[in-house]
Design a protein around this ligand. Sequence first.
Ligand code: M6R
Length: 608
Amino acid sequence: MCGIIGYTGPLGAKKILLNGLACLEYRGYDSAGIALYMEDDSIQVIKKTGKVKALKEYCDQTVHKVSHCGIGHTRWATHGGVTDENAHPHRVGHVTLIHNGIIENYHELTEQFHLEGTLVSQTDSEVAAGVLNQLYQGDPLAAIRELLSFLNGSFSFCIMFDDQPGNIYAVRNVSPLVAATTNSGTLVASDLTALIPYTKDYFVVPEEKIVKLSPYKISVYDLDDNFTRISPEIMTINWDTDAAMKNGYPHFMLKEIHEQPEALKKTILPRISQGLPDFSDDGIPDRIFTDCSRIHIVACGTAMYAGMVARALMEPVLRIPVSVTIASEFRYENPLVDEHTLVIVISQSGETIDTLAALRLAKEYGSKTLSIVNVKGSTIARESDYVLYTHAGPEIAVASTKAYSVQLAALYLISCRMSLVRGKYSKEQSQAFLADMLEAIPAIETMLEQKDFIKTTSSHLMDQSDAFFIGRGLDYAFSLEGALKLKEISYIHAEAQAAGELKHGTIALIADDVPVIAIATQQHVLSKLISNIREVKARGAFVILLTKEMAAIDENLADIIIRIPNIDDRFTVFPIAVVLQLIAYYTSVAKDLDVDQPRNLAKSVTVE
Ligand code: M6R
């Protein structure tokens, strides 16, 4: 979703803003722009539809004077089409502003402040700029505080006022913003990727506070009568600049697929003590695992599919109900959760708006909340009762890969700890569970070594319009993520089916050459799945079978057979996920698509 960057300091602002926007590209956008406070006290706005690279070329041709203060934005269209006018920054009177989020009452505000006919864009953001301009009487803090009293919705803003040279004001409600003071100026941005070239120390802009960036210092003000100064909590980024670069890989996605063994080690190993899962360093008490009578997992997209795997793993062992709900449904459906429910919220970014709303609702219902989050200090992490951080480092490609694996690892650790403290696993069984889980890491490495073979699948998929993923039990849960991966980056319609369901409708779509990706790693249903494969094969399907090395399978059963190492059935998801990711990746590459930034998608979905 929209990316925000602001800089003021001794260096050239244009370069810093454009580099910052390039770092934020992964969030997803369709236009970009910057506003520079020039040395003659004028504000120059340059904005265009298309990529940051095109904006940079245009700026290099047209902006020759130096500026030391400015704001930049990448826009993911919500209100109004993809046009130069709708791109940010918006400039109304004394105010120049960029915005991420949605102002829900912008129609009412347009009427209330008589803005009809004065606006040049169709955006809710320009309405906010128009209102602020009318409220501004020379006191930025007072005007911004008053603006906030009129706005409904989620937002983060960066604002420059014509008569406040060198100063940038920022404020947020729900939508993310981080800020940092460095030796070479001060910065504010939607996320850390834009800050790491300059500093490792930052703070999360507190909600409903006003932040003022001056060239060498940042002040944070409460909204009380006196605008009391407050000190935000300074945090340290735990990854380095390299982590957010491609490092020789052609795409971030491929790099991130390869980072999975390391990410898993970082997430799992510090949580093993004497061979048992241990969350004492995370401050997660066992009572949340023993005191609940049901578990409700809430998330979106890939994170939700990680939850589906966890459900299939946990419920048969724990013998308590484990439900998984899409966060955008959960928040509006009067969910069946209460003080006896452990609500597990999963989010890579920690900022997904629906997941955040679901978390808040679960807390209102009195549930204990445990979040699994990758981004330190993100809103979901801060608002949950307990947080189990995954340590994947920054995930830049829109398609989640390493985040999925580490979310699974966190869920598997939780499952093991819960089974132990609820008496479902003995100490020895828990130790064996973890030892078996660690075998998944070399299994992933083995599959990465086979990437050239896995790549051959892409020539069968690239010209197809549909693909089907089938599996049973845990394999069905894995196939859901496989289908999402393929559709989001290759634009092939992909559908996951519990294999036993095929005959109840979907098999009507199977005809000559239709690709079916069959996942068969669960021994207890292997023979059933083999029958399902024969059924689709009999109807002409092109079958790509993913199974274990040891599986006794007729080599003619499928057109391509990809074999994973013989690890325990419960952990096959890890190497299978890598195979599914590589299939999607190479298909997207074969179609010459934008792998890392697929059309219409955003990395962090901060609007509903
Ligand atoms: O940041 P989150 O984990 O909350 O994001 C949830 C989904 O938007 C995300 O998993 C999305 O489905 C993936 N980009 C798909 O690969």
